[in-house]
Design a protein around this ligand. Structure first.
Ligand code: NDP
Length: 476
């Protein structure tokens, strides 16, 4: 018997995807550059299903039924290209290469175009959920042709996480669409985590509470609108005690956050597309800032007492204020992320279903949350929604949270507690709803120093004022 699908690259992710496929009844060809990994997979997990191990790439390819479907799960970047180059001469027209690595969508577009010219399908597929997700059911975001999805879809939908009987996998769109959506997913994950971290910091400063006490607050929040995987594990991490010192785990961890680069990619792409994803950008910059230890040390010495003492009068009311501010800020981050996906979809002609995207993030992935159902409903009801913020459920949640949001951000500013994501989300909200923006002044300045022209509120056309001369206005 031939294999229905193959996996090359059997480190943690590839190994678990292969096991997941085999456990779901698919015959899986497996291969790795160094054959020890292939052998150990079969030795340790061969009883979970049917694996066809290939020592060489040629053996591996030969064991696949046609059209062949090969998942590449190797280090992103040059290794992916190297593996594709090795595969291509062994494949035939109509065969499918699936890149499940964390590729940049621009690389995926390039690879798809090159392989299409050779009669091959290339599906850049985002996979979220880490090692556990890969094994037990990830969120899968496949890009590429509809023909390739006809073969891959039934397998991917079977191994994906399932929520209410619906698989967390759908054909996102052509070429780079899958990796683009995965990238924005990771960007939203950055924003979500930064907001949670700020909420923790606010509670700690405002209530003078212990991490274990704050863990209880998060546990409680997880029973309501904020219910999500990240809120759940926040409670876990905050409640954890360090075995070596007996102190709260959170207090023995260095306060410098790392990033692998997908947040940066998201922000770079948003800049290119002109989409203000301020929450994701602040979250990404907050991580960079945390790493600038010398500057932090110098500033701490220069300004030891810049804030006022924080005295929260009503503890319960404050906790509720922080919860509402967190929810409102989170809605802003998602609204911005979905704007970004819509802009990418328009720019690259992907025709991405926004509601469908929210649906496949409900399980398997890091940002899985109850509230994603509401995003799907919002786009089902109004596909051309200008921003998620105005969909009924979100408008209600944000509207009800505004006074809390303002109090929290203002109190934090007075006390000198940094809330880059909370406060920039509030600024974004206020800017969107403003009657007039000071952008009018920017236009005036640009016309003054650079004759960049401006448009008037009362007449069509572009105009220029002769600022250096007699200040008459003329049509430009
Ligand atoms: P790694 O990213 O650590 O990559 C190791 C694998 O790549 C090994 O199988 C290795 O083969 C292979 N490899 C590296 N260079 C080459 C090369 N030049 N030619 C052939 N094979 C090569 O593995 P992971 O399992 O952690 O991740 C796989 C992919 O999945 C990555 O793109 C990663 O970004 C992504 N990923 C996604 C996660 C998610 O949650 N979605 C989580 C983690 C990773 P060998 O054994 O011979 O060295």
């Amino acid at each position: 018997a031939r294999a229905q699908i193959g996996v090359t690259g059997l480190a943690v992710m590839g190994r678990n995807v292969a096991r997941n496929l085999a456990r779901n009844g698919f015959t899986v060809a497996v291969h790795n550059r160094s054959p020890e990994r292939t052998r150990s997979l079969v030795a340790e997990h061969g009883d979970e299903g049917t694996f066809l191990p290939g020592e060489t790439m040629a053996d591996f390819v030969a064991s696949l039924e046609r059209p062949r479907a090969v998942i590449v799960m190797v280090k992103a970047g040059a290794p992916t290209d190297a593996v594709i180059d090795e595969l291509v001469p062994l494949l035939e027209e109509g065969d499918i290469i699936v890149d499940c690595g964390n590729a940049h969508f621009a690389d995926t577009r390039r690879r798809e175009e090159a392989l299409r010219a050779q009669g091959l399908h290339f599906s850049g597929t985002g996979v979220s959920g880490g090692e556990e997700g890969a094994l037990r059911g990830p969120s899968i975001m496949p890009g590429g042709s509809a023909e390739s999805y006809a073969k891959l879809g039934p397998m991917f939908e079977k191994i994906a996480a399932q929520v209410d009987g619906v698989p967390c996998c759908t054909h996102v769109g052509p070429d780079g669409a899958g990796h683009f959506v995965k990238m924005v997913h990771n960007g939203i994950e950055y924003a979500d985590m930064q907001l949670i971290a700020e909420a923790y910091d606010l509670l700690r400063a405002g209530l003078n509470a212990t991490p274990a006490e704050i863990a209880e607050i998060f546990r409680d929040w997880n029973n309501g609108e904020l219910e999500s995987f990240l809120i759940e594990i926040t409670a876990d991490v905050l409640a954890h005690t360090d075995a070596a010192t007996g102190r709260s785990f959170i207090d023995i961890v260095q306060d410098r956050a790392e990033q692998k680069g997908t947040g940066r990619w998201t922000v770079q792409s948003a800049l290119d597309l002109g989409i203000p994803i301020t929450g994701i950008a602040e979250a990404t910059f907050a991580r960079s800032l945390s790493g600038h230890v010398d500057q932090r040390e110098a500033a701490r010495r220069a300004f030891p007492d810049a804030g006022e003492k924080w005295q929260v009068a009503d503890r319960n009311a404050f906790v509720e204020d922080v919860r509402r501010a967190l929810l409102a800020s989170k809605i802003v981050a998602y609204a911005q992320g979905f704007d970004h996906i819509r802009a990418g979809s328009q720019e690259f002609d992907w025709d991405i279903d926004l509601g469908g995207t929210a649906t496949i993030w409900r399980g398997g992935c890091i940002i899985r949350a109850r509230f994603l159902n509401r995003i799907r409903e919002a786009y089902d009801e109004q596909p051309d929604l200008p921003t998620l913020l105005v969909a009924p459920y979100f408008a209600e949640a944000v509207g009800a949270g505004v006074p809390s949001w303002r109090r929290v951000v203002a109190d934090a500013a007075r006390a000198g507690v940094p809330t880059p994501a909370f406060s920039s989300s509030l600024a974004y909200f206020d800017a969107l709803r403003a009657e007039r923006l000071p952008a009018a002044l920017i236009q005036g300045l640009r016309d003054n120093f650079g004759a960049h022209t401006y448009q008037r509120v009362d007449r069509e056309g572009s105009f220029h004022t002769t600022w250096a001369g007699d200040r008459t206005e003329s049509p430009a």
